[in-house]
Design a protein around this ligand. Structure first.
Ligand code: HEM
Length: 384
């Protein structure tokens, strides 16, 4: 627990730590990986390099500190992170390790300003958040059922690998052949794939691209070869995994989902963001609600529009808009389509999502009706 005095200390020191979050968390990761190199099997090295993950962890701790009297406002974010942790097989025993090195990093950064009062207050804050995560994650592991093996990485067989669009974007259909059960999921969820490259495992989340068919998981991967650093996992899978290969994965997780009983759903996808939105659209189609759907998909060219044939077959012409580049068109189109009761689902690159969120904010669309799925650590998007 935390005393009122400690809350005061947290509130007065949070701004300093927030200003320097990047630096502190860089120290933190350096110290932690020195002592526990095995944790490099869990953390995304690319996010480390480009700095998004350090910020995500720091941001969460600072938000929690700022909202220490009403943590419930953070619950949707905390749920999302707990799902990612479970998908990556984060365990209760990891929390004291992270706590220890986070505290050491704060101490190292503050130098002689780090009084034991300040450090104790931060330690208490960390413990409160850690307890919330541990409890939530315990529940998520429990929901995976009694089979212990299902709580970790299992082996799936690639039964189909096909190119579905330029990019290239490749889809994999996966089956389980170890006698275990393929768990049901809700559209919007993802599975986490793990490959070995160099000395460590690398893990990535991939959205499931269609509602559950009872026996397979299907995902789509965009080969990331133009960016720096190159997509370690996407390149490895696309170049070296074939039909018949097995791949490590955890069972479905994630909190992104359809709003029940909404009268109008607008889906806005940038490029590969169509993967997860297509799953939601197919679900609505299955429920006989295609009429409530409008889709805008922004792509460089027609050949980049994954699943366009399938989507055309379930959506009437005036409910499916393919836009090539041209952001101006996008803004006008959104303005035309969005009604006060519209629920908007947004997925794409970070700049794309920021742009669309700005448009929606300009029209005063309520943020409670905007649902986003980021293929990057989500809290690093928060703009304050
Ligand atoms: C991801 C916060 C504890 C391992 C994340 C993310 C946040 C976060 C905000 C980004 C989620 C997203 O993708 O949107 C925290 C907080 C913790 C905590 C506040 C403590 C209270 C831990 C522990 C571990 C861990 C104990 C295991 C050692 C990871 C990993 C990721 C992650 C591997 C995936 C991100 C990546 O690979 O770059 N965490 N976390 N976290 N967390 Fe934690």
């Amino acid at each position: 627990s935390i005393t009122n005095k400690q809350k005061q200390i947290i509130k007065s020191t949070a701004p300093i730590l927030k200003e320097n979050g990047k630096e502190i968390t860089s120290i933190f990761y350096k110290l932690m990986f020195q002592a526990h190199p095995e944790l490099l099997n869990l953390f995304n090295q690319t996010n480390q390099k480009i700095g998004t993950q350090p910020l995500a962890l720091a941001n969460t701790v600072y938000f929690a500190a700022e909202n220490i009297d009403h943590l419930d406002v953070l619950m949707p974010q905390i749920q999302l992170i707990a799902h990612k942790h479970r998908a990556l097989t984060v365990l209760p025993e990891h929390y004291p390790i992270v706590g220890k090195y986070l505290l050491e990093a704060i101490a190292e950064f503050l130098g002689e300003k780090a009084t034991s009062e300040i450090l104790d207050a931060w330690s208490a804050t960390y413990n409160i958040i850690a307890t919330i995560f541990i409890d939530l994650e315990k529940q998520l592991y429990h929901e995976l059922g009694p089979n212990e093996r299902d709580k970790g990485f299992i082996s799936l067989t690639i039964i189909k690998k096909e190119k579905v669009a330029s990019g290239p974007i490749v889809s994999l259909t996966l089956e389980r052949h170890d006698g275990g059960k393929m768990h049901n999921y809700h559209p919007g969820q993802y599975i986490t794939l793990r490959i070995k490259k160099g000395n460590y495992f690398h893990n990535r989340h991939y959205s499931l691209i269609q509602p559950f068919d009872g026996k397979t998981y299907r995902i789509a991967i965009k080969q990331e070869h133009d960016c720096e650093p190159k997509g370690i996992v996407s390149n490895e899978i696309i170049n070296n995994y074939k039909e018949g290969s097995t791949i490590l994965a955890t069972l479905p997780a994630g909190t992104f989902m359809l709003v029940e009983n909404a009268s109008h759903h607008l889906f806005i996808a940038g490029g590969i963001g169509i993967t997860v939105l297509s799953s939601l659209i197919q679900e609505l189609h299955k429920q006989g609600k295609s009429n409530s759907v409008t889709l805008i998909h922004c792509v460089p060219t027609e050949s980049h529009a994954a699943f366009s044939n399938q989507l055309r077959s379930i959506l009437p012409r005036n409910q499916y808009h393919l836009l090539f580049q041209g952001r101006h068109l996008l803004q006008g189109l959104i303005h035309e389509i969005v009604k006060p009761d519209t629920h908007v689902y947004l997925c794409g690159s970070v700049p794309f999502m920021n742009k669309v969120e700005d448009y929606l904010a300009q029209y005063g669309h309520p943020s409670s009706q905007i649902h986003t799925e980021a293929f990057r650590p989500s809290l690093s998007l928060i703009k304050n």
